[in-house]
Write a protein that binds this ligand. Structure first.
Ligand SMILES: [Zn+2]
Ligand SMILES: [Zn+2]
Length: 363
């Protein structure tokens, strides 16, 4: 089969011909229908997120069709349409037992530490699969697994946003746009989008933001936009640079929370300790998601509460992944979300072929 692999940091990815993996014990073999390209993939190829070994098949936002089950795989059948929870967790450590699986002491990511979904086929433990509701296309389901679930985790589990509470979303690229939509579903008001890119702000307004503020005005409390937006209680920082965390900390109301999702190796420079104490402000991190949050997002999608198509910038084949990642690396952002559809191309010689083509609802 064809697979997009990273052989070493700094050399980009390449399409290789590799054997189709076999599902053993509790694993299943998926035919990959759609896989999202994520900012984390760019961090992996440029070495900011080093991997324990190479080569590695990237791709961690995956939806597909089950085409073979291992001897002890339970709860899934051949032909099922499924989304993949890319975080493999132990189920036994104190974090897993208490429901905070994204903190698992021995978590391993598919498409990171194990082979992922930028390939025609992929092996996944059965317990990491979530059935896709009938009305949700594969393209949308792929984005539920990370782009939306990560934002939902920050909003519901970390900040615990309630209806009527004001929120700032700093950085309205892929994850920020999903946050805007999820905050709208939750009844947050106002929803203030902050970004340096005027087009991104326009998109955020069309997807549910109630106010937009250019990044240059974020630290300027006299900017007219702040007078209209008031003093929100929550801020979600999808950029995660010291200057954005600092500006978000100043912008939230007394008692406010800043949830940082974007990674940066630099120290956060929030505010002087006296202000943090007297104004009871909290700055916290938020990492990935738990499996039930993917299920919640798929539920929102099946009820038509989320506009995913507007967020999809382009759909490409495996051969174009290297170029797409290079473009992202050069610009620092992906214009809308990029989806990879391996099955769109012809299957390569010797690939595992299905005896029976399962029903496909992909548009
Ligand atoms: Zn990702
Ligand atoms: Zn664990």
């Amino acid at each position: 089969m064809k697979a997009v692999r990273l052989h070493r940091v700094g050399s980009g990815v390449q399409v290789d011909e590799v054997p189709v993996p076999r599902p053993t014990s509790e694993d299943v073999l998926l035919r990959v229908e759609a896989a999202g390209l994520c900012g984390s993939d760019a961090h992996i190829i440029n070495g900011r997120t080093p991997l324990p070994d190479y080569p590695r098949i990237l791709g961690h936002e995956v939806a597909g069709t089950v085409c073979e089950t291992g001897p002890s795989a339970a709860g899934v059948e051949v032909g099922a349409r499924v989304a993949v929870n890319f975080l493999i967790t132990c189920g036994q450590c104190r974090y897993c037992v208490s429901g905070r699986t994204s903190l698992c002491l021995s978590r391993e990511g598919l498409g990171v530490v194990r082979d992922g979904g930028f390939a025609e086929y992929m092996v996944v433990p059965a317990r990491n699969l979530i059935h896709i509701p009938g009305a949700v296309p594969f393209r949308h389901a792929a984005l539920a697994t990370d782009a939306f679930a990560t934002s939902l985790h920050a909003i519901s589990k970390r900040a615990q946003v309630q209806a009527g509470e004001g929120c700032i979303v700093v950085g309205v690229g892929g994850l920020g746009l999903s946050a805007v939509q999820l905050l709208k579903i939750r009844g947050a008001y106002p929803i203030i989008a902050v970004d340096a890119d005027a087009k991104a702000l326009e998109l955020a307004m069309s997807l549910g933001a109630t106010h937009s503020i250019p990044a240059s005005a974020m630290g300027d409390e006299n900017h007219p936009a702040w007078a209209a937006a008031g003093s929100p209680i929550h801020a979600f920082d999808f950029v995660g640079r010291p200057e954005t965390v600092q500006a978000a900390t100043h912008a939230v109301d007394r008692g406010g929370r800043v949830v940082v999702v974007g990674h940066s190796p630099n120290s956060w420079n929030t505010a002087d300790g006296s202000t943090m104490v007297r104004e009871e402000k909290t700055v916290m991190g938020s990492y990935a998601f738990d499996k039930n949050e993917i299920e919640d997002v798929l539920g929102f999608m099946s009820r038509g509460l989320i506009d995913v198509d507007t967020m999809i910038g382009q759909v490409i084949g495996l051969d174009d992944v290297d170029q797409a990642l290079a473009t992202f690396g050069a610009s620092g952002r992906i214009p809308g979300r990029t989806l990879v559809e391996p099955a769109a191309g012809a299957l390569t010689e010797g690939a595992f072929l299905l005896a029976e083509e399962p029903e496909r609802t992909m548009s």
